[in-house]
Design a protein around this ligand. Structure first.
Ligand code: ATP
Ligand code: MG
Ligand code: FE
Length: 347
């Protein structure tokens, strides 16, 4: 079965074709980062308008790359939520309009399920069950994953998401948007002993996180800094920030593994691309005898491949999940806990 995936929840338009037997056939992405950069963050209305411009050319591109015609698509999976309402509506209307025109069924996918399952697209995928550390721009969660749609939330952030803390701290340091990759590069040159920043909730006996205090600590350092913050000092602060963030993410992941007795950790979402986090988790995995799995770097941040893939997995278990009812609605807020396993929803 060939599934077209459509992602448009934020500032990336992603399309992909996934074959449930042959794997990923093609994928294409347009990132609006350059457009939003001048505003220091995503402007929702501009995002929606740009998705409209990009969607159909990207569709043609994935078809061309896979050497397929539209009629070969068997089903269309689109991001139904969570995300920006206007942006989601563009992807949903493209998917449902195409479905109607081609007479092919459509299926709404939860964006975080896409992120969560994206490491399964890699060449050496983890088996269920595993612990997932989902660290994206809008979410930070630790989950126990027993199968598709079988997610148990262990803990989550009480305030800012990890990616959000990266972005806001980078902004305070004048490093531009999105800040994650920039702050990570800067930190490479920083002195780890220069700034010891707080590690919020490191010793709380749960699996929750809190990152707004860490961001405030960066603000305080910058504010109290005599004169302009020079490049080396920026690097030192970046290093202090990244070390604190990584310490907390690693410690909480280790306690989730210990608590559940599981030996597989999956890292998903944009912050999963972070080099320092990967290095620290890889070192911990050797020491504590567990395995850690990541999505391919290009599938850490938003993309259509993860949506096509999640759609394919669900439809493989229950083809009746796709519908010929094209009256769509998007879900800008949609707790992952509301998802059910494909066979359960069929029952
Ligand atoms: P959500 O999926 O929660 O709705 P989102 O889609 O905006 O949010 P992603 O696309 O998964 O989030 O990830 C984007 C986030 O990842 C941004 O906050 C960005 O700064 C961060 N990020 C990307 N690369 C890196 C990196 N190398 N180091 C740290 N953070 C990074
Ligand atoms: Mg993005
Ligand atoms: Fe995302």
């Amino acid at each position: 079965m060939i599934v077209l995936g459509v992602e448009s929840s934020c500032d990336e338009t992603g399309l992909a074709l996934y074959d449930t037997s042959a794997g990923l056939l093609s994928h294409a992405l347009y990132s609006q980062v350059a457009m939003h950069e001048q505003y220091g963050g995503v402007v929702p209305e501009l995002a929606s308008r740009d998705h409209i411009r990009r969607a159909i050319p990207l569709l043609q591109q994935v078809l061309d790359d896979a050497a397929l015609t539209r009629d070969r698509i068997d089903a269309i999976a689109y991001t139904q939520g969570p995300g920006l309402a206007g942006a989601l509506l563009v992807g949903a209307s493209v998917a449902c309009g195409l479905g109607l025109a081609l007479g092919k069924p459509v299926l709404g996918i939860h964006h975080l399920e896409g992120h969560l399952l994206s490491p399964l697209l890699a060449s050496d995928p983890p088996a269920f069950p595993f612990i997932a550390l989902l660290v994206s721009g809008g979410h930070t969660q630790l989950m126990r994953v027993d199968g598709v749609g079988r997610y148990t939330l262990l803990g989550e952030t009480l305030d800012d998401a990890a990616g959000e803390a990266f972005d806001k701290s980078a902004k305070l340091l004048g490093l531009g948007y999105p800040g994650g990759p920039a702050i990570s590069r800067m930190a490479e040159f920083g002195d780890p002993l220069a700034y010891k920043l707080p590690r919020p909730m490191l010793h709380s006996k749960d699996f929750n996180f809190s990152f707004s205090g860490l961001k405030t600590a960066v603000l305080t350092v910058v504010k109290n800094h005599p004169g302009n913050v020079c490049e080396q000092d920026k690097a030192n602060i970046a290093r202090g920030f990244v070390d604190a963030m990584v310490d907390v993410l690693v410690a909480k992941s280790l306690s989730a593994l210990k608590h559940t007795g599981l030996k597989r950790l999956v890292v998903a979402g944009g912050v999963g691309a972070n080099r320092q986090l990967r290095d620290a988790l890889n070192a911990a995995a050797v020491k504590k005898h567990f395995r850690v799995y990541y999505p391919e770097l290009e599938f850490c941040t938003d993309n259509g491949a993860m949506i096509a893939f999640a759609g394919g997995l669900r439809l493989k278990q229950d083809p009746r999940l796709a519908t010929h009812d094209y009256a769509f609605n998007v879900r800008p807020r949609w707790p992952l806990s509301e998802l059910t396993a494909p066979n359960e929803s069929a029952a």
